[in-house]
Design a binder for this molecule. Sequence first.
Ligand SMILES: [Zn+2]
Ligand SMILES: [Zn+2]
Length: 582
Amino acid sequence: MTGMSLNKKQLAAQLKEVANLLELLGEDAFRARAFMTAARNIENFEGDVAQLLQEDRLSEIKGIGSGLAAELAALKTQESLPLLEELKGRVPEGVRSLFMVSGLGAKKIAALWQSGIVSLEDLVAAAQAGRIASMKGFGKKSAENILVAAQFALNARKRMHLNVALKIAQLVIEAITQALPQARAEIAGSLRRGLETIGDINLLITGVKAPQVAKALENIVQVKDLSESQLTVLLDGRTVQIIISSEAAFGASLAFYTGNYEYRRMLLERAAELGYELREDGLFQADKLTETKSEVDLFEKLKLPFIQAERREQRQPKPTAQVITLADMHGLVHNHSSWSDAVNSIREMVSAARAKGYNYLAMADHSQSSYYANGLSAERVFAQAKEIAEIRRELADEGSDFGLLHGIEVDIMTDGSLDYPDEVLAVLDYTVVSVHQNFSLSESKQTARIIRAVQNPYAGILGHATGRLLLRRPGYQLDLQAVIEACAESNTVIEINAHPYRLDLDWRWVIKARELGCKFSINPDAHHIDGFDDLRYGVIVARKAGLSKVDVVNTAPTAEQFLRQLKSSSLKSPAKATQAES
Ligand SMILES: [Zn+2]
Ligand SMILES: [Zn+2]
């Protein structure tokens, strides 16, 4: 990457890293602070930072003096600051990785380094052995928090989000099939099963030889290991394992490498019962390969019902008829516009949703307590209602039956009340109720808070129920079972937030919630029109839980039918719902 494509986030990240390393090394504290201030100002800068960089005008940003601007000019032609490279050379990579542990700053990391801790693994071991608690400036409580955060960071470093893994897999597959059109490639492993975070990526390829694949990929990956039947490559620091299979063994190999461990064991045992041997390189009978060109062939041979890959997380998953697909989704629900903290206007979002073939769009900008996200005051809610009515009229004049719904993502207050008085809530078509603040309440308080909110007659959908950010932070302390029971009782729909960092409610809990009779809404939580495409990840979660379209309210073909399935809409007059659809 050259300076041309360096965005402000990446630039700010480099400056922050410089500041952290300067402080860690005990260098000029004033200089460290200057870099940190510059990083913050760049992050908050509204204009095009890359352009300013190219035009030598970075000093127009507050807090960037001419000296610093001159130093940053190096980024016009190279991807990393020379000072950063120099500092990195002085601090072992393992020590730098300690910055991933939330709650650890440069001063504490310096102390840890001095006591011989040079990696996340070291930190976890030291904390478990009680050595951190006795260090000066740490203490028992802080050592406990560090242990949890370090284990989290360790796991996060080894795994990636679903969207990242899919993107890497697609890049590799495209490069292979472009160079070798005879190749057939499939994703296997946990990525094919759609697990919420992914370790290594597994691909199965047929029709080509490993060295050909290595050649096809030479410009985009680093080859770590190459043999006759497989190769391991690195792309963006992520491991991709590519297995070469034969056409006649493809189905058996794909099932073998898709797993999971338990499910594969069941397949192996089943094959043995029927006089076969299932191996990584195919299905065999008396050492003779039995042809399985596809997985369907394998399941037929083993006299088993076909189980979709996403369900193979246990030995004996229940076969599900009519599992939901992306094509079943007709409405985009829980979307933010430039009224609060997102990029696009409502009109832009409507036209993008229509272009993508959806039948309705349900807005949900932030409520007033989310002031940092430019949440809407009651007055602005009424103003937004006017704009939405206007856009509905424009749609009607055009003869379009596209539905536009007015909702808000209403903050759940600490006591469980909602962020607006009833007279404001009453003008909305629906609500998403979410926790955005006070994550650190005790389990009993957090649980009582959310239960009170979902029992509110105006609560339509419970948004991102646990607040987790995959590989970033765990959810808040919560008795999720009790919350789900309250949703079932009060008819509050539970969101499957499709953002790849959330995927909240977790699919394991979706299974339980469905058994209790809950309904779900698969929502993009889009902050940009591109976010609509995240819906696919939410559908993967639903498929893992074995949902079919009747379990999901935004498979309803029209906005009116969608509203009818939400509790909050029962508060509305029929006239209002009809108007919403037109
Ligand atoms: Zn939210
Ligand atoms: Zn949201």
